[in-house]
Design a protein around this ligand. Structure first.
Ligand code: FAD
Ligand code: NAD
Length: 404
C-alpha cells in the first residue's frame, strides 16, 4: 500500500516546528514527508529588525534547514512555490511539481501596504532576511554618500519608520543604538540624523499597556527618536513620505530611507486558491484545517483564528505559529491513524518587545516587566525558539548569550 504523503510548505517557525514534530510522531517509512522552502536556510523572522538595523549580521539570524531535520525521515526540497492546487492536490514550484495526500501551508507573512500610493515602490519592508540585509546596506549607503558628497543633502540621513506596532518599535530600538555607531564610522554629526516614527493611531503600540508604552517612548526619545502620532502616511515618493496631520493638513517629510512596518498579511499564493481568505489569511477550523478542505492545514501568519474572549483575531506571532506546528503534527498522526483531530488552543505566555540590545518592555504571565530583566527574558524567548526546533546544539550555535 502506498504510504501517505505529507507536504509542508515553508520552513519558518510554523513549517519547521511541524516537520520536527512529525519526525517524532512517525517512525521511518511510515509516511513520506517533504518540506519545501525558498531558501536552504531558515531565518528567525523575529530577529529581522536587528539584521535590518545592522546590529546583527544576516548570517547570524539564519541557519541551515538540513542541520535541524532528519534527512532519513524528511525530504527537503529547495524551491519557490508558485501555485497551490488544493482541488487537484498538487503544488507547482520552480523546481518541479509535487503531489500530496495532506498539505501544511506555512508560507508566512508579507508586508501590507493597504494600497497606499507609492509604498510598494519606494518603501522598504522588513519582510525576510534578504530584505533586511538590503535595508541595512541602504542606510549605510546613505551615510557613506552623505559623507563623500561635496554638496550635502541632509535628508539622506533621515530615516522614516512607518508604523509604531511591535515591529516598528523593535526596529527603532535597534536604530537608536546603531545610529551613533554609523555616525562614528562615516564621520557624520549625530544631530544631522533624524529617525522619525510615523504612526496612524493616536498612540504608540495601540492597545498595549499605557505604562509600558510610556516607558518605551521615553527610552526611544531619550536616544533621539522622534514620533509623529495620529498622522497616517498617505503617500510615498522617491523623496520621502506625505503624512496627514489634520482634515486638510498634510506634511511632506523628505527622507533617504523609508521603512514600512505598518502591518502584515498572509502569503499572496493563498489568494489564488479557492479557499476563502482575508488578505491571504484563512479563518481556519478549530483543528487548523481550511474550511471545506479536509486535507489542507494552514498555520502561522497565513492562518486567522478568533480569540473568543475578545472577539478579535489573535495577532500573528511566532509563538502561535510554533504551537500550531506542534498541533498539526499531532493531528496528522491522528488522521493517518484513523483517529479524530484535536482542537488548537493557543497558550499565550505573554509579549516582550525589545528596545535594542539591553532594554525591553513586556507582559509575561500577566506581569509587567521592563529594562534589563525584560531584555533578558526576550533573549531567553529567542533561545527557547531555537531549542524547540534544533535542541541544545542549535542554541549553542545561534543562541543569544550576551545578557548583562
Ligand atoms: P515565517 O516565519 O515568515 O516563515 C515562512 C517561510 O516560508 C519562510 O522560510 C519563507 O522563506 C518561506 N516562503 C515564503 N514564500 C515562499 C514560497 N513562495 N516558496 C517557498 N517558500 C516560501 N512574533 C513573536 O511571537 N515574537 C516576536 O518577538 C516577534 N518579533 C518579530 C519581529 C519582526 C521584525 C517581525 C517582522 C515579526 C515578528 N514576530 C514576532 C512575528 C513572527 O515573526 C511571525 O508571526 C512568524 O514568523 C510567522 O511564522 P510563519 O511560520 O507563519 O512564517
Ligand atoms: P501591527 O499591525 O501590529 O502594527 C502596525 C502599526 O502600523 C499599527 O500601530 C498601525 O496603527 C500602524 N499603521 C497602519 N497604517 C498606517 C499608516 N498608513 N501610517 C502610519 N501607521 C500606520 O504590525 P507589526 O508591528 O508589523 O506586527 C505584525 C505582527 O507581528 C503582530 O502580530 C505583532 O504582534 C507581531 N510582532 C510581535 C513582536 C513581539 O512580540 N516582540 C515583534 C514584532 C512583531
Amino acid at each position: 500500500m502506498k504510504r501517505p504523503s505529507i507536504l509542508v510548505l515553508g520552513a519558518g517557525y510554523g513549517g519547521l516546528t511541524t516537520v520536527v514534530n512529525l519526525q517524532k510522531e512517525f517512525g521511518t517509512d511510515a509516511v513520506d514527508i517533504t518540506l519545501i522552502n525558498k531558501n536552504e536556510y531558515h531565518y528567525e523572522s523575529t530577529w529581522l529588525h536587528e539584521a535590518a538595523a545592522g546590529t546583527l549580521l544576516p548570517e547570524q539570524v539564519r541557519y541551515d534547514i538540513k542541520d535541524v531535520i532528519d534527512g532519513v525521515k524528511v525530504k527537503f526540497v529547495q524551491a519557490t512555490v508558485e501555485a497551490i492546487d488544493v482541488v487537484g492536490k498538487k503544488v507547482s514550484t520552480d523546481n518541479g511539481e509535487f503531489t500530496y495526500d495532506y498539505i501544511v501551508i506555512a508560507l508566512g507573512f508579507e508586508g501590507e501596504t493597504f494600497g497606499i500610493e507609492g509604498l510598494d515602490k519606494y518603501a522598504l519592508s522588513i519582510a525576510n532576511v534578504k530584505a533586511a540585509r538590503y535595508i541595512r546596506e541602504h542606510i549605510e549607503f546613505q551615510f557613506a554618500t552623505w559623507s563623500a558628497e561635496p554638496v550635502k543633502d541632509d535628508s539622506r540621513l533621515t530615516i522614516i519608520v512607518g508604523g509604531a506596532g511591535f515591529t516598528g518599535i523593535e526596529f527603532l530600538g535597534e536604530l537608536a543604538n546603531r545610529v551613533p555607531e554609523l555616525c562614528k564610522e562615516y564621520d557624520v554629526p549625530r544631530e544631522k540624523v533624524r529617525v522619525v516614527c510615523v504612526e496612524a493611531a493616536p498612540m504608540v503600540l495601540p492597545g498595549f499597556d499605557p505604562e509600558l508604552v510610556n516607558y518605551a517612548v521615553g527610552h526611544l526619545e531619550s536616544k533621539g527618536i522622534e514620533f509623529s502620532i495620529g498622522t497616517p502616511v498617505v503617500e510615498a515618493t522617491p523623496e520621502g513620505v506625505k503624512i496627514k496631520k489634520g482634515d486638510d493638513e498634510f506634511e511632506f517629510i523628505k527622507a533617504g530611507t523609508v521603512v514600512w512596518a505598518a502591518g502584515v498579511r498572509g502569503n499572496r499564493l493563498i489568494e489564488a486558491t479557492p479557499i476563502e481568505n482575508m488578505r491571504a489569511r484563512v479563518k481556519v477550523d478549530k483543528d487548523l484545517r481550511a474550511p471545506g478542505f479536509d486535507d489542507v492545514f494552514i498555520i502561522g501568519d497565513c492562518a486567522l483564528m478568533i480569540n473568543e474572549e475578545t472577539n478579535r483575531p489573535y495577532p500573528p506571532t511566532a509563538q502561535i505559529a510554533m504551537q500550531q506546528g506542534e498541533n498539526v503534527a499531532k493531528n496528522l498522526k491522528a488522521l493517518i491513524s484513523g483517529d479524530t483531530t484535536v482542537e488548537f488552543v493557543p497558550d499565550l505566555k505573554g509579549t516582550v518587545c525589545s528596545l535594542g540590545e539591553d532594554d525591553a518592555i513586556g507582559v509575561v504571565f500577566g506581569k509587567k516587566v521592563t529594562g534589563k530583566r525584560a531584555s533578558f527574558m526576550k533573549k531567553m524567548i529567542d533561545n527557547r525558539a531555537l531549542f524547540m526546533i534544533g535542541g541544545p546544539k542549535l542554541v549553542m550555535k545561534k543562541g543569544k548569550f550576551n545578557v548583562l
